[in-house]
Design a protein around this ligand. Structure first.
Ligand code: AMP
Ligand code: ZN
Length: 493
């Protein structure tokens, strides 16, 4: 019997607002789609949090023995500066400002995204399709929606007719908005727009002459609307109906609402069984966001080079920090939070690494099987990683009791204890076993500090050839020295 047949997961479904029993469309298989990044800038820690929540979900479902097809796209066209179909394409704007090709922007930030996710020990998705690789599929969907009478063309652009759609299917079903409120709350059109009604959204936009990201279509040389790519790619790789659709809470409206409307209009049924939304990482009381400048980059966490933190933290400590909050709770990023997580994470690793020193006795005075089930129960309850972590600390308590002799454990339970601790910590939470002793960033810091001191001595002796050599050779290996009032510090790239 597969593990998933023994463990009953409940998933909070954003569309019903309730935790529901998780039942897949096809027994043993899970289709999961998560909206990926718009690759026009470096991913910040907030973006990482959302993707990490779904990495954890992916890991747990795989652990339970499901065959998971996990599709996470790359948005490399169509996402305008303003989510309401106006403004410049984010990637085209960056390309214009930097005087490079849009695809150079895409390449640069896709590579950055992958590097960062690797550092955080993410599993790669099963498929990572791009919007620009699916223009034909998007055009086909638009044609179908026009044929169904739910979209209209004006001056080379095509818009989804929200009011017409709403006559038969509820628009706003996910974000709990109704069209009357939307009409009430949206600005009247200023005469500049081709839309019939302000709540309509673009499926295809005719490119202005200066817009460089453009493709031919039956309506104009232009580009697809942002919401459409996810409908095209999820349908192509997961089918018209699939199990899980995820993304950050801020994507509920309009992005996911429009995805539902497009899929319903095109295929005639609700595309997704479970909508999952990850909550936001905040800093200084506000959402972490690129646009406001209120963000921290993962590499700044790893180097310690940011005003909001007092030291560098390893990727696993940052990962542990984020998984200590439930994915549906807001998480406040603070240096104190990271310091506490570092302590906690080291305590967890110390516990795990000392299991091999434990001696088995004749019988167990601790019920390891019941404790193991509590770990599963936590994850089964809408992927409750903080409760799981609390249970893992319970495991550390057992390890210490056995070590001190206040508890005993049988050989088979000892094996179960070790297996449970490692499987949940490393396979499911995706943490890595880097103890302080072999933490490479600590070692690097020690070595560079030594070179900084030697350079200072060389300067004091007016041996500038040597001091420059130390600085330049460190720079060549990606370590930049910065001389400041407080002394010399370094950053790595
Ligand atoms: P984007 O590249 O802007 O499309 O965002 C990529 C993902 O990051 C989306 O799922 C967003 O919902 C998510 N996201 C953006 N800001 C935050 C944040 N502060 N906390 C958590 N997730 C975020
Ligand atoms: Zn999407």
């Amino acid at each position: 019997m597969a593990l998933y047949q023994e463990q009953n997961i409940k998933v909070y479904n954003s569309i019903s607002g309730e935790k529901e029993n998780f039942k897949t469309l096809v027994d043993g298989y899970v289709g999961m789609y998560v909206c990926g990044p718009t690759v026009y800038s470096n991913v910040h820690l907030g973006n990482v949090r959302t993707f990490m929540s779904f990495d954890m979900v992916f890991r747990y479902l795989k652990h339970l023995g499901y065959k998971v097809r996990f599709v996470r796209n790359i948005t490399d066209a169509g996402h305008l500066e303003n989510d309401a179909d106006v403004g410049e394409d984010r990637i085209a704007k960056k390309a214009r400002l930097e005087q490079i090709e849009p695809m150079e922007v895409v390449q640069r930030y896709t590579v950055d995204f992958h590097n960062i996710l690797n550092k955080f020990n993410f599993l790669p998705p099963s498929i990572e399709p791009t919007a620009t690789g699916h223009i034909i599929e998007q055009i086909e969907i638009i044609k179908t929606i026009i044929d169904k009478g739910l979209a209209y063309e004006v001056n080379g652009s095509v818009y989804f007719d929200v009011l017409k759609y709403n006559e038969t299917k509820p628009y706003g079903i996910l974000s709990k908005r109704n069209v009357e409120d939307l009409i009430h709350n949206t600005r009247v059109l200023d005469g500049q727009s081709d839309k019939k009604n302000p709540q309509d959204f673009a499926l295809w936009k005719k490119a202005e002459p200066q817009h460089i990201m453009r493709w031919p279509s039956p309506w104009s040389d232009g580009f697809p609307g942002w919401h459409l790519e996810c409908t095209a790619m999820s349908t192509k790789y997961l089918g018209e109906q699939f199990d899980i659709h995820g993304g950050g809470m801020d994507l509920k409206f309009p992005h996911h609402e429009c995805e539902i409307a497009q899929a319903e209009a095109c295929n005639g049924h609700n595309p997704v069984s479970y909508w999952m939304h990850a909550n936001m990482l905040i800093m200084n009381g506000k959402k972490m966001a690129k646009s406001t400048g209120n963000y921290i980059l993962p590499n700044e966490i790893f180097s310690g080079d940011n005003q909001h933190i007092t030291k560098a933290y390893s990727p696993s400590v940052a990962r542990f920090f984020m998984l200590q909050a439930h994915y549906r709770s807001i998480l406040d990023f603070t240096n104190n939070g990271l310091l506490a997580s570092e302590k906690g994470f080291n305590r967890l690793l110390d516990g795990i690494n000392s299991i091999t020193d434990l001696k088995a006795g004749n019988k167990s005075t601790i019920d390891i099987a019941a404790w193991r089930q509590k770990c599963y129960d936590a994850m089964n309850d809408d992927f409750n990683s903080p409760i799981l972590i609390a249970n893992l600390f319970e495991g550390v308590k057992y390890i210490n009791q056995i070590k001190e002799g206040s508890a005993t454990i049988s050989a088979s339970d000892l094996e179960l204890l070790q297996n449970t601790m490692t499987v949940f910590t490393f396979d499911i939470l995706g943490l890595t076993n880097i103890t302080k002793a072999d933490n490479s960033s600590d070692k690097l810091e020690g070595a560079v500090d030594l070179l900084i001191n030697l350079r200072q001595e060389a300067r004091a002796n007016k041996d500038f050839a040597l001091s420059d050599k130390i600085r330049d050779e460190l720079a060549a290996s990606g370590i930049q020295l910065k001389d400041g009032k407080e002394g010399t510090t370094f950053t790595t790239n």
